[in-house]
Design a protein around this ligand. Structure first.
Ligand code: FYU
Ligand code: NI
Length: 334
């Protein structure tokens, strides 16, 4: 029933059929919840299949995303990401600080020639007072963009609710235990485009990556990726292991706030995006992915989940406000 999507260097990422949680018998539901929790406790990552976002709809969202990135750069720049509090808008290549940089002049020139490693558009909860999303004008290819993205936002919001229910069941809590933390949907869609890039960019600078190593900040992240590959997850031995794309799956990883909330029973694992496995020609083709960053309601106060500590002394962290925590983390990276 459960197979490994990734198994290498002591990193085992399970592939789980979520329909067994959503529509299974009580036994299947409990067993699936246990597998999900175990995946988050051991790897910090799982792959889900059988979740209720159809492949046709995902394909449509990916095509819509690609159309957005084809807009002129000036148009995208006029909708740019401004503040951690807003966390909405377009981020041009190089906007987010990466950790590996170089001092070699030659490489600088090359990077100037091919600066585009990653560009993104963040879409937050629509209707948050004072924090409007930066929607592109609905003309030409982009007619319907907003409706598509809001529909996707809603579908993913529901998936967040259900995955947190599975975690609750796995932990032996009431299945609705997290509902009061997930109902608002203070989550962010990040459309990502890693443009086509010359292969020698990576050979000349061995530190070059498409997205630097990091852990995510919130409760969980739903990652939808195309077939290109390049996502890597750090193993317990410290090695980056390929988390290969598997058709009709979604990669789900726990974020730092969930790790903290669970008193470190759940892991938030470091990951990055590198060049895909080599193919023909002298360029790597573009990669598109969509990350859906989930957070506990920004207004909620996050302190150790019941059952994750036996005595007060075992509580490792102070309580913290979810929204404040996210802003702190975003401030450090932009
Ligand atoms: N932006 N949440 C994250 C993240 C970026 O986890 C967010 O809102 C990580 O790259
Ligand atoms: Ni990430």
């Amino acid at each position: 029933m459960e197979t490994a999507a990734v198994k290498s260097e002591g990193l085992v990422i399970p592939l789980i059929d979520f329909s067994q949680f959503l529509n299974g018998t009580p036994e299947q539901r409990k067993e699936t919840a246990n597998s999900i929790l175990h995946g988050f406790q051991s790897a910090g990552f799982i792959y889900l299949k059988g979740f209720p976002i159809t492949s046709a709809y995902r394909k449509h969202v990916f095509e819509t995303s690609a159309k957005y990135f084809r807009l002129p750069v000036e148009t995208k720049m006029s909708q740019c990401w401004t503040t951690p509090e807003a966390n909405r808008g377009y981020s041009a290549p190089g906007r987010e600080k990466t950790t590996t940089l170089t001092d070699i002049e030659e490489v600088k020139e090359l990077r100037d020639a091919v600066p585009d490693l990653k560009e993104s558009l963040e879409i937050g909860r629509e209707g948050e007072p004072g924090l409007p999303n930066h929607w592109p004008d609905e003309e030409g290819e982009l007619v319907g963009f907003k409706e598509t993205m809001l529909g996707f936002h809603n579908k993913c919001k529901e998936l967040h609710v259900e995955v947190m229910r599975a975690i609750a069941v796995g932990m032996g809590l009431d299945e609705t235990w997290f509902d009061g933390y997930t109902d608002v949907g203070d989550n962010t869609i990040r459309l990502l485009h890693y443009p086509e890039v010359k292969k020698n960019v990576f050979t000349i600078n061995p530190g070059q990556v498409r997205a630097g190593a990091h852990s995510d900040y919130g409760s969980i992240t739903l990652l939808f990726q195309d077939a290109r590959g390049g996502l890597q997850v750090q193993s317990p031995t410290g090695v980056f292991v390929d988390a290969r794309p598997i058709e009709d799956t979604c990669v789900v990883n726990a974020g730092d706030l969930l790790a903290r909330w669970s008193n470190d029973k759940i892991k938030s694992t470091i990951h990055r995006v590198v060049e895909p496995p080599a193919g023909d020609g002298d360029v790597y083709p573009a990669r598109y992915s969509i990350a859906y960053f989930c957070n506990p309601n920004f207004k909620s106060y996050i302190e150790a989940i019941p059952g994750t500590y036996a005595t007060e002394k075992e509580r490792k962290y102070e309580g913290i406000n979810s929204g404040q925590y996210l802003v702190q983390r975003l401030t450090a990276t932009y």
